[in-house]
Write a protein that binds this ligand. Structure first.
Ligand SMILES: Cc1cc2nc3c(=O)[nH]c(=O)nc-3n(C[C@H](O)[C@H](O)[C@H](O)COP(=O)(O)OP(=O)(O)OC[C@H]3O[C@@H](n4cnc5c(N)ncnc54)[C@H](O)[C@@H]3O)c2cc1C
Length: 398
């Protein structure tokens, strides 16, 4: 006999776990499935995990609502008050300050593992969520009341709606024939943690230049030493070479690529190179099935917005499901699920398009484009109005 749920969520990453807590808090019954164990091994600072995310204020509010944000130790959070961006091939420079929007800080940097661990604790503390970890979907069928699935562990579940939060390579998206628009960015992102020679001033520093797109993102200082998380987007062959360098040579290249604004002293965790692909599902919904987070869309990390878009998906979807549940409507009906798609698709497409435009504009070395983008940066630096709008967007406050 299949166990019955209102909602079945596949994928207990940041986006799926948040969805599980926020729906269960409102009385819906939830099955949360992941092929992962749900346990996160947290590193010890200053060996901060190589994967970090800049979390906007809006996303922070949702994470607080789920009781997850409060569980993150202060020593694992780094607020950033400012973003400073410059063009290594010219003299264009622009900075954005949270004060432009009375936002204080623009957001906080947190390691992905720390955030997922906090979310998982909220999942465990929330009534109404059954966990099916170290498991996956073996088969899926539509029924009169929603969806029925067989797990690899031979168990059967039935749900009014199936939520695919199974990440960029979503099996559910592929198996259910969702079309996507996608292409390689021609970039791999090298991520790691580095000690630098001076305080990072709680600023996210980003250099665009012939060495690729390089971000130095603030992490908490330890015993007077300063650390940043590196996201360095370069061509795949360059990434291979940079990952193969010894630590001293890598630090030297980093110092050069950040235009000597900082000196990179040492690397505290192994480097990783992640291929970057833009992907966007043409539809987010089918009868009984909905895509959220990276399962629906992935973008270039240059503006640190991928997870924030996923959290915004959750903020749109959850109230729609709750309202439908309270009204006794079928949660998986296309009529209901299309409300979510209407609420989110335009925003997600706009962000994808901006990332593509930024990436193209800042990776070309054509003299005319270089000149134009430097002029654009200077114009932006001298215009408080443009800055206010961009800050509002980055901080997630509109
Ligand atoms: C270099 C880099 C830097 C980034 N920086 C930022 C940033 O600063 N700010 C920001 O907002 N975003 C950032 N992002 C994007 C962000 O990391 C992602 O958008 C976010 O992790 C997506 O979360 P998710 O829960 O949708 O997917 P995932 O984190 O991929 O979670 C998917 C979950 O599904 C599970 N799963 C997968 N397949 C199956 C299956 N078949 N069966 C069962 N379970 C399955 C996985 O185990 C996992 O737990 C960055 C991305 C990159 C690559």
């Amino acid at each position: 006999m299949a166990r019955e749920y209102d909602v079945i969520i596949v994928g207990a990453g940041m986006v799926g776990a948040l969805t599980a807590v926020l729906t269960a808090q409102k009385g819906l019954t939830v099955a949360l499935i992941d092929k992962h164990s749900g346990r996160y091994a947290l590193s010890t600072p200053p060996a901060y995990d190589a994967r970090v995310s800049a979390i906007s204020k809006l996303s922070q509010q949702s994470l607080e609502e789920a009781g997850a944000w409060q569980r993150i130790a202060q020593g694992r959070l780094a607020p950033y008050h400012k973003m400073a961006v410059w063009d290594g091939l010219g003299d264009g420079y622009v900075d954005f300050d949270g004060n432009y929007q009375q936002a204080g800080d623009l957001g906080q940097l947190v390691e992905n593992a720390v955030l997922c661990d906090a979310l998982m604790k909220s999942v465990h503390d929330t009534r109404g969520i059954d966990l099916y970890f170290d498991d996956s979907v073996a088969a899926q069928r539509h029924t009169d009341v929603g969806v029925e699935i067989d797990l690899a562990s031979d168990r059967q579940l039935q749900g009014a709606v199936l939520i695919a939060a199974d990440g960029a390579n979503s099996q559910l998206r592929q198996q259910n024939g969702f079309d996507t628009v996608e292409w390689d960015y021609g970039h791999h992102a090298i991520v790691t943690t580095v000690e630098i020679d001076q305080a990072h001033e709680n600023t996210a520093w980003q250099a665009f230049g012939e060495e690729g797109i390089l971000a130095f993102l603030p992490l908490p200082s330890v015993e007077g030493k300063h650390y940043v998380s590196i996201v360095w987007s370069v061509a795949p062959t360059d990434a291979e070479q940079l990952v193969a360098l010894d630590d001293a040579a890598f630090c030297k290249r980093l110092t050069y690529a950040i235009n000597r604004r900082f000196t990179a002293l040492s690397v505290t965790v192994p480097r990783m190179a992640i291929p970057l692909r833009q992907r966007h599902a043409k539809q987010y919904v089918q009868e009984g099935l909905v895509l959220i987070g990276d399962a629906a869309h992935t973008i270039h990390p240059l503006a640190g917005q991928g997870a924030n878009l996923g959290f915004a998906d959750v903020s749109a979807l959850v109230p729609i499901l709750i309202k439908a549940h309270q009204r006794g409507e079928a949660l998986g009906s296309l009529k209901i699920l299309r409300r979510y798609q209407r609420a989110r698709m335009l925003d997600n497409i706009a962000m994808s398009a901006s990332m593509e435009a930024f990436k193209r504009m800042f990776t070309t070395q054509q003299p005319v484009v270089v000149q134009l983008r430097n002029m654009g940066m200077k114009l932006c630096q001298s215009s408080p109005m443009i800055k206010r709008q961009l800050v509002a967007h980055a901080a997630g406050v509109r």
